[in-house]
Ligand binder design. Structure first.
Ligand code: FNR
Length: 349
């Protein structure tokens, strides 16, 4: 029998679950420890309501924007996530082509299945990457993940003895034939590629050796947002790594305003974690974010239907976002304001 066509992004998760071996699905879907934050990332969006304005001519809606000067068709971008080849043989090549076809920016993960050069050759979309080596291959920004001094404890991977295949971006630099002692090799892999000494002074160093703008991914407080501005970051990404690192870190949408207030418009604020609906994108923008990143739904689209699935996921979110704008009385992104949403905090005041 024909599987029914998904009508929303969340339905791709079930399709991906069917398509993938349990070990790989669990790797993509899982979070750290109790997975409290994993649930809260999505639920926090559901606690925010929208305050629509009516009798606005919404016959024309413009969802387009730009990030660091690069135009994109909507404020929805592709988050960096590891090992796309476990979802589909074409891996990041398919994700990159789908992002290009959707006129949006893909951030390539350091832990990708294909290396920076291979992904660069697959399409000429605007891409951001995680290391300065990206400059040579035409990547336009460096996204430094700052929430990974060590690997979060993902119990599904430990239980499944998840094995990370060889990593293409570190070939010839570090050995990733890490010995797992019969269990998951994720931890051992992380020990060989993550740097627990990484600190603010290293951001200044990174800035001194590249002309690319640097975005700091994993900022959750006004204290760190302020430091990011001081150290010369080109932008911050409010993120808890899709709840895969520190469990009981806040749901990202609940701290966007705090970060936005701290940076005072000096640099763009992007947010990721739990974005599953066009209404979520609208809420993030109303609270001051310039764009969102989408993580797991992209992988689920890839697992279910390859390049076409990734395109569909991005298109669905964009269509929902456009409809939300129309129903809320906003014809362009600048029309979306703080007064278009109501949060828990507003209610208690
Ligand atoms: C990630 N994420 C991530 N982030 C990063 O900076 N480098 C990486 O290599 C990865 N790898 C990775 C793998 C997988 C399987 C997932 C699900 C996530 C985090 C990612 O960029 C993003 O912050 C979250 O995925 C956003 O949350 P949602 O959209 O998945 O809820």
């Amino acid at each position: 029998t024909m599987a029914s066509e998904p009508v929303n992004v969340s339905e791709f998760e079930a399709l991906a679950k069917k398509a993938l071996p349990k070990m790989y699905f669990d790797f993509y879907a899982g979070g750290a420890e109790d997975e409290y934050t994993l649930k809260d990332n999505e639920e926090a969006y559901q606690r925010i309501t929208i305050r629509p304005r009516v009798l606005v001519d919404v016959s024309r809606i413009d969802t387009s924007t730009s990030i660091l000067g690069y135009p994109i068709s909507s404020p929805i971008m592709v988050a960096p996530s590891a090992l796309h080849q476990l979802a589909n043989p074409e891996g990041e090549l398919a994700t990159a082509r789908a992002s290009a076809a959707s006129n949006t920016i893909m951030i390539l993960s350091f832990s990708s299945s294909y290396n920076v050069e291979e992904v660069a050759a697959s399409c000429d979309a605007v891409r951001f990457f995680q290391l300065y080596r990206a400059e040579r291959s035409g990547y336009k920004a460096i996204v430094l993940t700052v929430d990974c001094p060590r690997l979060g404890r993902r119990e599904a991977d430990i239980r499944n003895r998840m094995i990370v295949p060889k990593l293409k971006n570190v070939e010839g630099f570090v050995s990733n034939d890490v010995d797992a002692g019969g269990g998951s090799n994720l931890e051992a892999y992380a020990n060989s590629t993550f740097d627990p000494t990484l600190s603010w002074k290293d951001v200044a160093w990174l800035k001194s050796i590249t002309s690319l703008p640097i975005l700091l991914k994993g900022i959750l407080t006004h204290e760190d947002a302020l430091k990011a501005v001081e150290v010369g970051a080109a932008g911050v990404i409010v993120s808890n790594h899709g709840a895969r690192q520190l469990d009981y870190s806040p749901a990202t949408i609940t701290v966007v305003e705090e970060v936005v207030r701290a940076v005072k418009g000096k640099i763009p604020v992007i947010v990721d974690g739990g974005v599953r609906r066009g209404t979520d994108v609208f809420k993030a923008l109303a609270l001051g974010a310039q764009a969102v990143l989408v993580g797991r739904p992209i992988i689920y689209g890839l697992a279910a239907k390859g390049e076409q699935g990734v395109k569909q996921v991005i298109q669905m979110l964009k269509d929902e976002f456009e409809l939300t704008m129309a129903l809320a009385g906003c014809t362009s992104l600048k029309d979306i304001t703080r007064s278009h949403v109501r949060t828990d905090r507003d209610r208690f005041q």
